[in-house]
Design a protein around this ligand. Structure first.
Ligand SMILES: [Ca+2]
Ligand SMILES: [Ca+2]
Length: 159
């Protein structure tokens, strides 16, 4: 049985993830490797990806971060890879996964997690919310970046 990462149906997948398929034997790229697709659920538009092979692993790397809270379908057509050295084409494989929800409002540096660095980012903007960065740091939108904004954000660490 070939394994995929993420597993079929997995949820809460980070938006900067690569996709890996582990075959039960060594593989080489084959004629359909460029036809591997990654699509959002309900969309016919291909997400830009690079596909490569290493030993028994097919690695699919999206060019850009994926969207949050979005279901994606991976389709690996018949003969995208073949056995090495037996040259048997690998069967078609389709699976889906869903990305993690965004940490809304508090993820100041947009790296997908809320941690001390985001609090430091807010702390640097303490004062009037008079530019776009300070407005972002003003999480309760009362016009001033202060300790209350820090405390509100701090409560969400680890969520
Ligand atoms: Ca962050
Ligand atoms: Ca505030």
């Amino acid at each position: 049985m070939d394994e995929t990462i993420p597993q079929n149906g997995a949820i809460d997948i980070p938006v900067n993830s690569s996709i890996k398929i582990y075959y039960d034997r060594l593989i080489n790229p084959s004629s359909n490797i460029r036809q591997i697709t990654l699509k959002e659920d309900g969309s016919n538009t291909d997400v830009g990806i690079n596909s490569s092979v290493n030993h028994n692993e097919l690695l699919i790397t999206p060019y850009n971060e994926l969207k949050n809270s979005t279901k994606y379908w991976v389709t690996i057509p018949y003969n995208a890879v073949k056995g090495n050295p037996d040259c048997t084409p690998a069967a078609k494989k389709t699976f889906s996964f869903t990305t993690i929800e965004a940490v809304i409002s508090y993820d100041m540096d947009s790296n997908g997690t809320l941690d001390i660095n985001d609090l430091l980012w807010i702390a640097e903007k303490i004062g009037p919310a008079n530019n776009s960065d300070a407005e972002k740091a003003d999480v309760d939108s009362n016009g001033t970046v202060n300790i209350l904004d820090l405390m509100t954000a701090a409560q969400h660490i680890g969520n």
